[in-house]
Write a protein that binds this ligand. Structure first.
Ligand code: PLP
Ligand code: COI
Length: 341
């Protein structure tokens, strides 16, 4: 397989149409076998459930070229499980979890020429998604669905790569108590667009959302969970029912405890205590770990001790260990790495 001639080291986080994508359709109560197609476009009825009532969910994971030249992906079973949870919450049929993993493998294989080489700093972003496709006009779930996966080679999610970000405490809420903040539904991102455009217009890279009920606790950003490092080197990460259960964050908690001997606290984190942390980072598939140097709360600056020049030392250790595992430089816990080629 010959790689595409791309400027791998200078890719941003963008969409590029590749050769192949996976499609499976749900009709009359069951999923068909599905398979790879070449057409990147979808033609749907004007009244499809996805268009009228936003019945759509998605996932995000990555494929990597390892040091020894294999193509692998990271914990796809957890994306399959999370997508099943998202589907249930939006009254959609579950795409079987084993078939999800097989479909990821098949789609990456069909696009192997787009998997960035080891050491390029780029990865292949994999986007599974599902939507209601038949006409729905009364408010109710669709009867027919399409599950698809496309891939696109990507560089860093935030411009500047590992340079610490400045973010703001948002006046908008991203999730409601007992709402949909814990699932990966398109609707959560639609309603975050005004908040992210506002933050960008004001010069901030992202929003720190607070808990919608009391507005005193740290939740997450629009596309990543938070990690904090205390001055005595503990990892603290917010626990909440209305944030997305990040696979990256769950993996970092394991890596901290079992690889780095770092004490971990998963608990409520109050905005008031953020000034006392030494380091802060955003973690997610797209963000990997992006360090935060400053958080602005209505004009009041909270400056992390790690500063604005580079990632803090503990964040760096977590980053190096996690990416080391993903890229095959370090031994992975059992079941974390799915070899594709
Ligand atoms: N939080 C939100 C709102 C997200 O969109 C994402 C991205 O998937 C994450 C957190 C990080 O989750 P993961 O680490 O599973 O990619
Ligand atoms: C991901 O990290 O996979 C996400 O879905 C985040 C998204 C905002 C790009």
């Amino acid at each position: 397989m010959e790689k595409k001639q791309l400027d791998w080291s200078n890719l941003g986080f963008g969409y590029m149409e590749t050769d192949a994508r996976f499609v499976s359709t749900y009709k009359n109560g069951s999923w068909d076998d599905g398979g790879i197609v070449t057409d990147a476009n979808i033609t749907l009825n004007e009244c499809a459930g996805v268009f009228q009532y936003a019945q759509t969910i998605f996932e995000g994971l990555k494929a990597y070229t390892t040091q020894d030249g294999h193509i692998v992906c990271f914990r796809p079973d957890l994306n399959a499980a999370r997508m099943a949870d998202s589907a249930k919450r939006l009254e959609m049929p579950v795409f079987p979890e084993d078939k999800f993993v097989d479909a990821v493998v098949e789609t990456v294989k069909a696009n192997a020429a787009y998997v960035p080489p080891f050491g390029s700093g780029a990865t292949l972003y994999i986007r599974p998604y599902m939507m209601g496709i038949n006409p729905v006009i009364g408010v109710k779930p669709a009867d027919e669905y399409m599950f698809r996966i496309f891939v696109t080679p990507v560089g860093p999610y935030f411009k500047g790569g590992a340079k610490p970000l400045t973010i703001k405490v948002s006046d908008f809420d991203r999730a409601a108590p007992h709402g949909t903040g814990h699932i990966k539904a398109g609707l959560n991102y639609a309603m975050s667009l005004h908040a992210i455009v506002t933050a960008h217009d004001e010069g901030f890279a992202e929003n720190m959302y607070l808990d919608p009920q009391t507005r005193t606790k740290v939740e997450e950003t629009g596309g990543a969970n938070f990690i904090f490092i205390t001055k005595d080197g503990k990892l603290v990460t917010p626990k909440s029912d209305s944030i997305l259960p990040s696979i990256t964050r769950r993996s970092l908690v394991y890596v901290a405890k079992h690889y780095l001997n770092i004490e971990v606290e998963e608990r409520e984190v109050f905005l008031d205590e953020v000034k006392d942390f030494a380091e802060c980072g955003l973690c997610g598939t797209a963000a990997v770990i992006s360090p935060v140097g400053k958080i602005v709360d209505h004009g009041k600056e909270i400056c992390l001790a790690s500063g604005m020049d580079e990632m803090g030392p503990t964040t760096k250790k977590l980053y190096d260990t996690l990416t080391g595992i993903q890229m095959g430089k370090m031994e992975a816990p059992k079941g974390w790495i799915k070899t594709i080629l």
